[in-house]
Write a protein of this length. Structure first.
Length: 183
């Protein structure tokens, strides 16, 4: 069940091109979902890829797929801690930060603005989104872009190409474990 979403939404993370991706889907049985996430973690953790159930609301599950090492690096970048602090994060320890994000999602009807930092979005674009209330972007793809438009368009094209190639390989019989790039 999760395989389809991993390919459709997380190929750049599987390919080690992007820190993280999210996907959501209607879920019937939370226990089965948790078992599935546990099984995928067993299979993918050795490659540095982790799955985490961030939230379930109205039978809609939000699953976070991330590269732990990349996320740790992203959270330590200059300026990231300051933004997270504004939203109540006391530090940038990866487990603490993910748990705080889960709490924020639990009590919010919208995605917390800082979620882009957990997805590997550039700090300048996360700041631009927050400062402009999501308006006035130069372009958008995986996220709204507020600076270095040409560079981000190339990046979006790379992500889209990755998704197409991974979909083709997966549909041709290649397993996600084989497609996932190790660390």
């Amino acid at each position: 069940m999760i395989e389809k979403y991993l390919i459709e939404h997380c190929s750049p993370t599987l390919a080690n091109l992007k820190t993280a991706n999210l996907f959501s889907f209607k879920v019937g049985d939370i226990k089965t979902l948790n078992e599935s996430i546990r099984a995928w973690n067993y299979e993918l953790n050795e490659k540095g890829i982790y799955l985490s159930l961030l939230n379930v609301k109205n039978n809609l599950a939000l699953v976070y797929v991330y590269r732990r090492k990349k996320l740790e690096e992203d959270l330590k970048k200059d300026g990231v801690g300051e933004i997270l602090n504004i939203y109540g994060y006391k530090n940038t320890n990866i487990d603490y930060a993910i748990n705080t994000l889960k709490e924020r999602l639990k009590f919010s009807d919208n995605f917390p603005h800082e979620i882009g930092l957990f997805l590997g979005y550039p700090l300048e674009d996360v700041k631009g989104f927050i400062e402009n209330l999501g308006k006035n972007s130069k372009c958008s793809g995986c996220w709204k872009v507020y600076s270095n438009e040409c560079e981000k368009i190339k990046m979006f094209n790379k992500f889209n190409k990755c998704k197409k190639v991974y979909s083709m390989l997966f549909n041709g019989g290649r397993s996600i474990s084989k497609l996932a790039v190790g660390i």
